[in-house]
Design a protein around this ligand. Structure first.
Ligand code: FAD
Length: 409
């Protein structure tokens, strides 16, 4: 196919996805996402069901497990149209992380059981990596799994320890965990990867409310939790390899280009609608300068992602330099949200817990201070993005990796 025909095809595909999102995403959910209000679990599951019924829930999985066979470029367009159409984020830990891990490292029985159940939306997974004393230095984790045998001869692990910062564990029914199965071995060599049913006796949760006022995190306690041996992925003590590979999945998405575009469009709208000293912010030099700088950084990031994508399409391996995508994309998103808060000024201070979760009630009395529609959720949104430079490996750790592995310092 010629380059012109391929790009025409891609435009037709983009139009098809855009129309689908427009026709199938409920207006209330679109409005929540647009205004920065957190969609609830029911909104997300309903949207996942719509995508599942269309065959678009796990486009990146192999065809036999429900994938679409799309090229990386098509998948990127699909992702972009979902984000720009204000669709809620999907259960990433299930579809982007543990699903691909099982496809790559799971045995036949694990694949046949778990993958169809994930596509049937019977599972919500959470990630049990971090511990109170093990974050950046993950290999120092202490949650212990001891292998034992019941009187009837069945083998299982007994797990004791605790995981922390476990995002959305209160919505999850399964957790994938790194546990220590050999205390004598070198740190990275004594770790195994277990799938744990959250209903197993001994699993308890403590909610942690974040600075954004949102119950996202939890501490998960594991006290004498019995895990069947068949729920270990890969060989015993080989969990570190699996843990690392999980972070490689969807590396190109870490730049969050589409999400950055959506958020920058929001800041542009604020700049056009909010006035300072009688003129729109967009005409004020301080705002214009900061907006232009963010716009340039976004275009540079988008071009860099495109370069990596062409490399991936040509079958070349992406090296550790993709770490810079997470580093720059997460900083950019924070700076965009900071500009939104600075632009809306004191309007963002009237902190209102429900603003993060609910659309405004049109029958409620008019507020004393008129607020821009983006103002109520602006502060909490900014604090949510604060975590983006920490989650999945902090910026300092990314710098370290880039310095050592890319620049050879
Ligand atoms: C939004 C969010 C969601 C998360 N979700 C999950 C989840 O679902 N499951 C899960 O397991 N974990 C999750 N985490 C935890 C996350 O993986 C850890 O917070 C992260 O790995 C950092 O670990 P820590 O918090 O223990 O900080 P520490 O490792 O104690 O680091 C503290 C500070 O020291 C710096 N530092 C540490 N080591 C070095 C070094 N060698 N060189 C230079 N600086 C260093 C760090 O950059 C950081 O600024 C989440 C975190 C966030 C913010």
């Amino acid at each position: 196919m010629s380059a012109a025909a391929a790009s025409l095809d891609m435009e037709a595909f983009r139009a098809e996805v855009r129309a689908f999102v427009h026709e199938n995403l409920p207006e209330t959910v679109r409005e929540k996402v647009r205004l920065g209000i957190e969609p609830d679990k029911a909104d997300t599951v309903a949207w996942e069901r719509v995508l599942r019924d269309r065959g678009w829930l796990v486009p990146h999985w192999p065809l036999e497990w429900g994938g679409t066979g799309w090229s990386p470029a098509q998948r990127a367009v699909f992702q972009e149209e979902l984000v720009l159409g204000h669709a809620p984020e999907l259960g990433g830990l299930t579809f982007e992380m543990i699903g691909p891990v099982l496809i790559r490292f799971g045995d036949d029985a694990q694949k046949r059981r778990f993958l169809p159940e994930m596509v049937a939306l019977e599972h919500v997974w959470c990630q049990g990596y971090s511990e109170p004393e093990a974050g950046s230095d993950l290999a120092s984790l202490k949650t212990r799994a001891v292998r034992t045998r019941d009187a009837d001869g069945r083998e299982h692990y007994v797990v004791d320890g605790s995981k922390i910062w476990t995002s959305s564990a209160h919505h999850a029914n399964w957790i994938f965990c790194l546990v220590r199965t050999d205390v004598e071995a070198r740190a990275q060599e004594g770790i195994s990867f277990l799938l744990i049913d959250m209903k197993t006796p001994g699993v308890t949760l403590r909610p942690i409310i974040g600075i954004h006022g949102w119950h996202l995190f939890n501490q998960v306690f594991l006290d004498g939790v019995k895990v069947p041996i068949e729920h270990r992925v890969g060989e015993e003590n080989q969990g570190w390899t699996i843990a690392k590979s999980l972070l490689e999945f969807e590396r190109l998405n870490l730049a969050r280009v589409a999400e950055n575009r959506r958020r920058l469009a929001k800041v542009r709208a604020i700049g056009e609608q909010v006035h300072e000293a009688g003129v729109p912010l967009f005409e004020r030099p301080w705002f214009r300068r900061r907006f232009a700088e963010l716009d340039v950084r976004l275009e540079a990031l988008a071009a860099t992602v495109m370069r990596f994508r062409l490399q991936a399409d040509a079958g070349r391996r992406l090296g550790p330099e993709t770490g810079l995508l997470k580093l720059t994309g997460s900083r950019l998103i924070q700076d965009i949200e900071n500009l939104a808060v600075d632009a809306l000024g004191p309007q963002t201070l009237a902190w209102d817990r429900t603003a993060h979760f609910e659309l405004p009630d049109p029958s409620a009395p008019a507020p004393i201070v008129e607020r821009h529609p983006y103002a109520p959720a602006a502060s909490s949104r900014r604090f949510v993005t604060r975590g983006y430079t920490i989650a999945g490996g902090s910026s300092e750790i990314q710098h370290e990796l880039l310095a050592k592995q890319v620049l050879g310092l």
